[in-house]
Design a protein around this ligand. Structure first.
Ligand code: ACM
Length: 747
């Protein structure tokens, strides 16, 4: 319609002899107007448009796949096997993972090293069609940095319709991903139909109710509503075929030996206790794990037979993460087995378990992928390691000559919050912004060339405890998938975040027009509050240099001329950005001044880089950390370290009280400190302890410890002792606990 009317007007103007200046033909188009994600390695533009007004595609395959989209573009695209003007060819002289897209005056050509690479060139064309009413003449040469470019989806905690899974695969396709890691079994639900074991479908696929709110909310409440279902083998075949047609390989995950409570609820003989248990109704890590007995192995081999039949991928992900060993320790069967087989501890028993399955999978001509815990107790020769607890697992794996996939929580967990704005929908925790994802460097330091080559690729993970429906999945995943696609295609030195944002906003419009839920936090103001000798001030990161920023506070509203604002009175302050007529969300803080605001603060141990808050000042800036969630600017998280904070005043000051906030989130391995010691000094060299707290407890998610004092000092030192290694039977057993500290209020 739009095209016809413009054509009509041009004809009319021509007829009545009016010059149309500038005519569309003379408009120069520059590379910043080409909004491809991921950005191509090289893009050269001739500056003008091709004369193509209709794309005649001779590839029935691509036509069938993308017909519903192609038919909606402003440039007509049609199937024409006789007089095509779009040529697509495999050219094996190109580098692996490389494609070329050339748009000439009247022809389009796409070359790829393989068919999969042609797909990527075709997607670039689709993205251009999304944006342009006339195609710019250009030449693109592009090559993926990594072969393995994956997205994961957990359907155990919440599951999604087949049509939603297809849409997820569409997202993958559109950003040139080539692997879909489908996490099919969990404590809270077994989702793959295995007809030989009908109780999986009757029992393991359903939980009687689901936790309401966050795991850290106490007491736990449940919705008293049965939840579940499973994907039939027919549906799974449909998904595999759908993905395959789009150049996406589906890698199924069958979790073992941990995260197996749903299967054990259906068949208690696969556990070590034989107890009848329920499918899990809340989140976390559970003690009921598969027992390495013959019944379990027979069962898992049948499952693998079906999986081999359903999924053409050469890989099967066998999980391997978060397997508590308590039941194995207590099991006579396991202890006997260990003696018989000369297995020295339960970690080796886990390796033995994985080994039996990996051998079986290898006998079917396939290999395993496992989470990085599969390194503990020895790696199976065929294993590929998925490094999620940071990158150390990947480093260890490649040093042993194994392939590794990078998916560290710090950059690749899209279940984390993506903005610290308080209106964000409930998420598991953490904060992994679009920018954090964008800056990920998948190659760990200190690897030699051979080891670097074993870094097979990068994957984003979507765990769905807090994603009840597919809108929430796309809200959490899609924007960060775009950023991660650029990580998969371009080295850090080739990336440009501002350039990415310029393209990203166009893609947001594209998806929103299709009714897809997508996050856009570009107008969210990142407000941090710093302490200084002059008192606390708010510092804002402007989303864009032309943004207007306003402060709203008890006394009125003002436009800010620079990006800092002193907080002179106690009370609530809000800030928001305005750009191009659009107003961003308000960011609010509640300031309550205290002696610490103008003091200096030093930390003996640094917080983890991922949970460094807005820096050490956050501990004394007058802004209490929120009980709602850890992460964000006000919480500092220490991994396996004590808090040792020294606060120095300009001159000796009277102190009557110290109040300290600690977060408790055992599901995320965040534990309260064991004790707190307060010591003081006049010279900053010799400290004397003046009081201690030997027990820190709370019923809720936050302990606010108030310590009365009667002292005068120039320096105060606060030592909060870490919990240390988490005991067996508790969340995160065997790992170092985190210590999260909020505000330290000095009065
Ligand atoms: C994991 O996030 N437990 C692999």
């Amino acid at each position: 319609m739009h095209k016809i009317s413009r054509f009509f007007i041009l004809v009319l103007l021509g007829l009545i002899g009016i010059q149309c200046a500038p005519s569309v033909e003379n408009v120069v188009i520059s590379d910043t107007q080409v909004k491809l994600i991921p950005a191509p390695d090289s893009l050269s533009m001739s500056g003008s448009f091709s004369t193509i007004s209709e794309i005649r595609l001779d590839d029935v395959h691509f036509w069938n796949l993308h017909k519903s989209w192609l038919e909606t573009y402003p440039i007509a695209v049609k199937l024409d096997t006789i007089s095509s003007n779009l040529k697509m060819e495999v050219d094996s002289s190109l580098l692996p993972l490389q494609y070329i897209l050339n748009i000439g005056a009247d022809r389009i050509s796409i070359y790829g090293h393989t068919f999969a690479d042609i797909r990527n060139g075709f997607i670039s064309l689709l993205q251009l069609l999304q944006k342009h009413e006339r195609l710019p003449m250009l030449h693109i040469e592009d090559r993926a940095e990594f072969d393995y470019r994956g997205m994961h989806l957990d359907v155990g905690r919440h599951m999604f319709d087949i049509e939603d899974i297809k849409q997820y695969i569409d997202f993958l396709t559109y950003y040139k991903y080539n692997r879909f890691h489908w996490h099919l079994t969990e404590d809270q639900g077994w989702r793959i139909e295995i007809p030989s074991y009908p109780k999986l479908q009757e029992i393991a696929a359903f939980r009687k109710e689901t936790l309401v709110g966050h795991y850290n909310d106490q007491p736990h409440e449940f919705d008293q509503t049965k939840y579940g279902g499973f994907y039939t083998q027919l549906e799974i075949r449909e998904i595999v075929a759908y993905a395959d047609a789009r150049g996406v390989e589906v890698i199924p995950e069958i979790e073992m030996p941990g995260h197996a409570q749903a299967a054990i609820a259906a068949y208690p003989e696969f556990g070590c206790t034989g107890d009848q248990i329920d499918v899990a109704t809340k989140w976390g890590v559970f003690p009921d794990v598969f027992c390495p007995n013959p019944e379990t192995f027979n069962f898992l081999k049948v499952v693998i037979d079906d999986v081999v039949d359903l999924f053409p991928s050469s890989y099967i992900h066998i999980g391997g993460d978060e397997c508590p060993k308590d039941q194995w320790k207590a099991s006579e069967f396991c202890q006997d087995l260990m003696r018989r087989e000369g297995i020295k501890d339960e970690y080796e028993l886990q390796s033995y378990f994985i080994g039996v399955i990996a051998d079986y999978i290898q006998s079917k001509g396939k290999s395993i992928i496992g989470w990085d815990e599969i390194l503990e107790g020895g790696l199976h020769p065929s294993a590929t390691v998925m490094s999620w607890r940071g990158t150390v697992g990947a480093v260890a794996a490649v040093k042993e000559g194994h392939k590794a996939i990078m998916t560290p929580g710090s950059h690749c967990y899209f279940d984390h919050y993506q903005s610290s704005h308080p209106d964000e929908p409930l998420a598991i925790g953490g904060l992994t912004t679009l920018e954090d994802v964008y800056h990920f460097d998948p190659i760990p330091k200190g690897l030699n060339l051979e080891q670097r080559k074993l870094i097979w690729g990068v994957q984003g993970n979507v765990w769905t405890e807090y994603m009840k429906d597919f809108d929430q999945v796309s809200y959490m995943a899609l924007a960060r998938m775009m950023a991660l696609s650029e990580v998969q295609w371009n080295l850090p030195s080739e990336r440009d975040y501002d350039g990415f944002l310029n393209r990203y906003v166009d893609h947001v419009d594209f998806w929103e027009a299709k009714g897809v839920s997508i996050a856009n936090h570009l107008l969210d103001l990142d407000v941090v509050v710093r302490s200084s000798p002059l008192g606390s001030y708010a510092l804002m990161r402007m989303p864009n240099e032309n943004t207007e920023v306003y402060a709203v506070y008890p006394a009125g509203k003002s436009s800010l001329k620079n990006d800092s604002f002193y907080l002179e009175k106690d009370g609530a302050y809000s800030f928001f950005a305005e750009y191009d007529g659009q107003e961003g969300r308000q960011s609010s803080i509640d300031f309550k001044g205290h002696l610490g605001n103008k003091a200096s603060i030093d930390l003996e141990n640094l917080p983890s880089k991922t949970y460094a808050g807005s820096g050490k000042d956050a501990l004394v800036n007058g802004i209490a950390a929120s009980e709602k969630k850890y992460g964000g600017p006000e919480w500092l998280g220490f991994s396996g370290k004590d808090l040792i904070a020294t606060i120095g005043f300009e001159e000796s000051s009277e102190l009557s009280n110290i109040t300290i906030q600690f977060f408790k989130g055992e599901g995320q391995w965040i534990y309260l400190p064991r004790s707190i010691d307060i010591s003081v000094s006049e010279d900053g060299l010799t400290y004397s302890s003046i009081t201690a707290v030997n027990k820190v407890e709370t019923e809720g998610k936050m302990a606010t410890v108030s310590i009365p004092l009667e002292t005068e000092a120039k320096f105060v030192r606060i030592t909060a002792r870490k919990h240390g290694i988490i005991e067996q039977g508790r969340q995160g057993a065997g790992h170092q606990a985190w210590l999260f500290v909020g505000e330290i209020i000095l009065e």
